[in-house]
Write a protein that binds this ligand. Structure first.
Ligand code: PEP
Length: 268
């Protein structure tokens, strides 16, 4: 994939808070993050910064960002594949859109593991997001056992292929893909930038088959798994890696702000 195409994709630095920070803590966090990035003169035309709080924080985060015109966007950590009905505990795409969510994570490995989400369900959730104008971030990645048995790319390619098959009108769809090796999540052991690039190339080929070459070229592919301020630049140097999905390090304002400022790191 040519470097000029990468230059047209605005990098996305996304912080997945998981089950951390209540709605009051979310206000303090987003305020401090915005002030830190503004003080550092981050050029928000060159990087998009997103946070993914728990559902109960979304209204507070929305109100704060809108009131103070902070150039930060936000999304949810999950979405129902259904639009309404008897689905206790679920949150629909329409509800997320009404709260101005730009993005929603689908298929995070923790949801696949603890909630047994299948590739088909992940695709149905992505379809629900698209139906309501919310961009799904489709998370894929191999376990340590998958890596050993089938190499790095086989499972992520399969997961993305099946998920994209569930989009009723896939052509040209607006999605983001996050490649997150499960063994790298929260382990302190990130994949190498070369592995991330090699899998990203194959995921982009899947996108081209399913959505068409133009959509594939403009789709951002993120790397996730033990990203820190010390390694972010090495991933973003790769031609097919267009950002990062950050877990643990997204809960520390100064560290997350440093990750968002990866373009100011030497050599990027
Ligand atoms: C994640 O949960 O998506 C993640 C990448 O976590 P961490 O950055 O902590 O490895």
């Amino acid at each position: 994939m040519a470097v000029t195409q990468k230059a047209q994709r605005i990098p996305l630095i996304a912080g997945n808070w998981k089950l951390n920070l209540d709605h009051l803590q979310s206000i303090a966090f987003v305020q401090k993050l915005a002030w830190t990035l503004q003080d550092a003169r981050l050029d928000f035309r060159k990087v998009e910064v997103a946070v993914f709080p728990p559902f109960t924080d979304l209204r507070s985060v929305q109100s704060l960002i809108a009131a103070d015109h902070f150039p930060i966007v936000f999304g949810a950590q999950d979405i129902s594949e259904h639009d309404s009905g008897a689905y206790t505990g679920e949150v629909s795409g329409a509800f997320l859109k009404a709260l101005d969510c730009s993005y929603v994570l689908v298929g995070h490995s923790e949801r696949r593991t603890y909630h047994h989400e299948t590739n088909e369900q992940v695709g149905a959730k992505a379809a629900a997001a698209i139906r309501h104008g919310v961009v799904p971030i489709i998370c894929v990645g191999e376990t340590a056992e998958d890596l050993e048995a089938r190499g790095a790319s086989a499972v992520p390619v399969e997961q993305l292929t099946v998920a994209l098959e569930q989009l009723p009108d896939g052509a040209g769809a607006d999605v983001v893909v996050a490649y997150e090796p499960v063994w790298a999540i929260g382990s302190g052991q990130a994949a190498t930038p070369e592995q991330a690039e090699s899998v990203a190339i194959q995921l982009r080929a899947v996108l081209a088959d399913a959505l068409g070459p133009e959509a594939a070229d403009r789709t951002r592919i993120l790397y996730g798994g033990s990203v820190k301020s010390g390694n972010i630049a090495s991933f973003l140097r790769e031609p097919n890696v267009d950002g990062a999905l950050v877990g643990g390090a997204s809960l520390v304002v100064d560290e997350f702000a440093k990750i968002a400022r990866f373009q100011s790191h030497v050599g990027v």
